[in-house]
Design a protein around this ligand. Sequence first.
Ligand code: PEP
Length: 253
Amino acid sequence: MSSVRKKLIAGNWKMNTNRSSAIQLASHVVASSVGSDNANLLICVPAIHLADVSKLVANSKVVLGAQDGHWLESGAFTGELSMSMLKDYQVEYVLVGHSERREMFADDNQRVALKFEAALKNGLTPILCIGETLQQREQSETLNVLISQCEAVVEQVGIQAFENACVAYEPIWAIGTGKTASPEQAQEVHNELRAWFEKQDSTIAAGLQILYGGSMNAGNAKELLSQADIDGGLIGGASLKADDFLDIYSAAG
Ligand code: PEP
């Protein structure tokens, strides 16, 4: 399937930066990013920096994202943030189901589906993160795992909801390890995933941005991003260095 989809280069800062380094990093990205017809630039910053960074990205080419959000609107959920709170700070995208949240914070498929739904209800674009462990890959379970992660969301919101969403394929064994899936390995999975979406709805499948995540950096981005079914990157470590992140953006064309 050939790609006419715009690419999305998304940084996931995770629990990194302090107030001054977050402002410095965001300012650098904003000042150096030029608009591109081929790619959009997104930074998913720690929630405590949303207020500062939302002011910096206003009227720029950079879009603001959050790393997680609760599925309910309000209530006794100490420490949590609702999607509408994020929306108040000009957040446009939110990660749901990042493997670190699935592994360390008990985000199971059902909870991820509820978060995805809540994001859409509040006018945010969810980025559904999916991925297999090394053991699952070695047992040839990759596609089954990814499909069950997507199915849970489709069951909750319906396939049409993916018109306003993205998927990020992030093999867990490649996250933060320096081990990237080869462009061929990643393309194979992206192509199979798109074929699965195609079975649900061909128009949705053709328009769906499927990002790759897992040790993407300035050196390997061009080859990964040139694959037909890779529509961008979700970038952890390399998004903390403005120049590296901007090089990845340039590699997206
Ligand atoms: C991530 O956490 O989404 C990620 C891809 O991290 P890294 O780029 O550091 O592997």
